[in-house]
Design a protein around this ligand. Structure first.
Ligand code: NAG
Ligand code: NAG
Length: 343
């Protein structure tokens, strides 16, 4: 339903007059929830805050690009496409009760998908089929958002949507009614969090010190969806638009007797932030050989792609990983894991 609505929204939203735009959209089931952050805090066990991680099971605390081969090191992936051993991760959402204790908000999947929570991953090519996008190189990684942010930043592409009970016919890309803030009201269909990565690359570096400077959002043109718009001359290479969609099942807390009496909203990111601005997404590329390039060149659509091998949702759900940092993240806890480490 939501997928159909999304296709419809794109159809309506196309300014280029195209009837339809292909995009890969598939589910990656939960691999592990752990206090690790190989991009920002490589080797640090535990990292400052909790993440939910999906993808190949070679994921670990260090993932040094010099010697960590995600494809060779993985024996399974929690994603639909079996050649995708990439890792994707985001912060974790908590509910804060009136008595001050916290409970992790469970994740669910968008309508029509089947998985143990996790992330819906999109790879969106250029709207114009003649415009080539270049798949990432081994060792490529990037980050969107800022775990330290507590106020509005120019990060336009990390947002929340207060979901209606069913269906959702509006845009996917952080335009209205989405907000960087966490929704202030109870949401009948839970909260969706979307993270959209840049679509322009400098063509040389697979990473940069802040994991952001080697990529850029397009400078001009319609940048609403896909690898569209014009890339800056510093970052001339068009890369697929990676987008992460995470569904938080806040519905179980939709009870006025549970919400704060002062009218504020009760959800807090694992960064310790209740504003919403600190949600972020991390990506470490790990597609086998040229599989992602093939998928992009073939304009693969949805989770069906003749150029790629697919596994069942059951098999994807079997790919999990033992958590490294043992701590209670599922009971009612007096502190969000790592909060004591927060500055
Ligand atoms: C992560 O995996 C690599 C192998 O790719 C290994 O050399 C490294 O020691 C591992 N790091 C941790 C912290 O487990
Ligand atoms: C705190 O509140 C939650 C939600 O009402 C409840 O489930 C939990 O048992 C309470 N914990 C304590 C220690 O009172």
């Amino acid at each position: 339903m939501q997928w159909k609505a999304l296709a419809l929204a794109l159809l309506v939203g196309q300014s280029s007059g195209q009837a339809f735009m292909e995009m890969m959209r598939f589910q990656c089931s939960q691999l592990v929830i752990d206090r690790l952050d190989p991009l920002v805090n490589p080797g640090l066990i535990p990292s400052p805050h909790l993440h939910q991680i999906v993808g190949g099971n070679s994921f670990n605390a260090s993932m040094d690009p010099a010697d960590h081969d995600l494809v060779a090191g993985s024996t399974c992936t929690s994603c639909t496409f079996t050649e995708d051993f990439s890792n994707y991760w985001t912060a974790v959402l908590y509910f804060r009760a009136r008595n001050g204790t916290y409970k992790r908000v469970p994740q669910f999947v968008s309508e029509g998908l089947r998985a143990d929570g996790g992330i819906t991953v999109y790879y969106i090519p250029a709207p114009d089929a003649n415009t080539k996008v270049t798949a990432f190189k081994p060792g490529f990684r990037m980050l969107v958002g800022d775990a330290a942010a507590r106020a509005k930043t120019d990060v336009r592409k990390v947002c929340h949507r207060c979901m209606p009970k069913t269906g959702d016919a509006s845009n996917v890309n952080c335009g209205a009614p989405d907000s960087q803030e966490l929704p202030s009201k109870m949401c009948d269909g839970g909260i969706r969090s979307v993270i959209t990565f840049p679509t322009c690359w400098d063509g040389k570096n697979t990473d940069s010190a802040n994991h952001q400077d080697h990529v850029s959002y397009p400078e001009t043109g319609d940048t609403s969806v896909g690898s569209s718009g014009t890339c800056p001359t510093t970052h001339p290479v068009k890369i697929p638009q990676v987008m992460l969609e995470v569904m938080w099942d806040t519905r179980i807390f939709n009870d006025p007797d549970l919400w704060p009496e002062d009218g504020s909203q009760p959800f807090v990111w694992s960064t310790g932030d209740s504003s919403g601005f600190s949600q972020h997404g991390d990506y470490v590329f790990g597609w086998k050989d040229d599989s992602l390039q093939r998928a992009m060149d073939n304009r693969c659509n949805g989770a069906v792609c003749s150029a790629l091998k697919v596994q069942s949702a059951e098999d994807a759900m079997k790919c999990t990983k033992q958590r490294v940092v043992e701590e209670d993240y599922d009971g009612w806890v007096t502190e969000i894991p790592g909060m004591a480490m927060a500055a």
